[in-house]
Write a protein that binds this ligand. Structure first.
Ligand code: C5P
Length: 283
């Protein structure tokens, strides 16, 4: 079974506070996009789990989120796991704030659900994904959604009006737990206007969404990284983006464009300095 795993972007990201379980309560508008990994999931008739990826940086086997998803699926089904082969061709940048690993996990859940005769509804499958990672439930369902709680409480939203995205990942890694720790030691000075974005989505007002996009982690990055993210953000705006924002815990920055030509031009320009720059659409 072939599956596409879609990357996600945060149109907004707000952190409401730290919880007793160590996680944080979030409020974020999530959007799945046409940048994808490609997975093949096979029930091989034997035993054991095999996960092979095209990236040397990612763990193989059950340490990979895709492998964890297969284990979680059969645990939820209360059945012993049969032989499962997962082959993963990565295109979504790693450690980028685009939920690449979570999306691979979600794609494995969807594939196994189909291969096993659909024992779970999409909502139940999203619940299974919760045990694998906070962003997995959104990646199971996709589209445009408000994510709250750890990220697992999802409310579907009206689709983002048609537009094009220039998605640029600068070449430095970010540790998600480290950034959450930094945030705990700071006062958040600026927050996104989430309600304004929800109203703009309801009204189909693309410009209204674009000008309100904001991510609290932009202010949490160490100064040198923050300057690099800000430079890409300003470049996107200068290149004609209606709005630009960092996604997740970064460091990827994206710009929202009304026309394909506008986004393509920005991608060509940014690619000169940042190899991992992509043209995408909301899905
Ligand atoms: O759930 P996931 O394994 O993707 O989360 C990775 C890390 O991100 C957690 O260990 C935690 O440090 C942080 N996190 C958080 N609050 C969330 C989601 C993630 O603190 N809502």
């Amino acid at each position: 079974m072939e599956q596409e795993a879609l990357a996600k972007l945060n149109l907004t990201l707000d952190v409401l506070g730290r919880r007793p379980d160590g996680y944080h309560d979030m409020k974020m508008v999530m959007q799945s996009i046409s940048l994808t990994d490609r997975l093949t999931v096979l029930l091989n008739g034997g035993h054991g789990l095999r996960v092979v990826t095209s990236s040397h940086f990612l763990p193989q086997g059950e340490k990979n989120l895709a492998g964890k998803a297969a284990l979680a699926f059969y645990a939820a089904l209360e059945r012993e796991m049969p032989g499962v082969d997962v082959t993963l061709v990565k295109r979504i940048p790693i450690c980028a704030g685009m939920a690449g690993g979570s999306s691979d996990a979600a794609a494995v859940l969807r594939a196994l659900n189909e291969l096993e005769g659909t024992p779970f509804t999409p909502a139940q499958l999203a619940r299974v994904g919760e045990t694998v990672g906070s962003d997995v439930p959104f990646c199971v369902l996709g589209g445009t959604a408000l994510a709250e709680g750890r990220g697992e409480i999802l409310t579907p939203l009206p689709a983002l009006p048609p537009c094009w995205l220039a998605v640029c990942k600068p070449e430095f890694p970010i540790s998600t737990p480290e950034l959450f720790n930094r945030l705990d030691g700071m006062r958040v000075r600026r927050r996104p206007d989430t309600e304004g974005v929800l109203a703009a989505l309801e009204a189909g007002d693309l410009a209204g969404v674009a000008r309100r996009m904001y991510n609290v982690f932009e202010d949490v990055l160490p100064p040198r990284q923050s300057a690099r993210v800000e430079a890409i953000r300003s470049e996107l705006i200068q290149l004609g983006a209606m709005g630009a924002c960092m996604t997740g815990t970064g460091p990827t920055v994206f710009g929202l464009f009304e026309t394909k030509a506008g986004a393509e031009e920005a991608v060509e320009k940014l690619k000169q300095d940042h190899r991992e720059t992509f043209l995408a659409r909301p899905v």
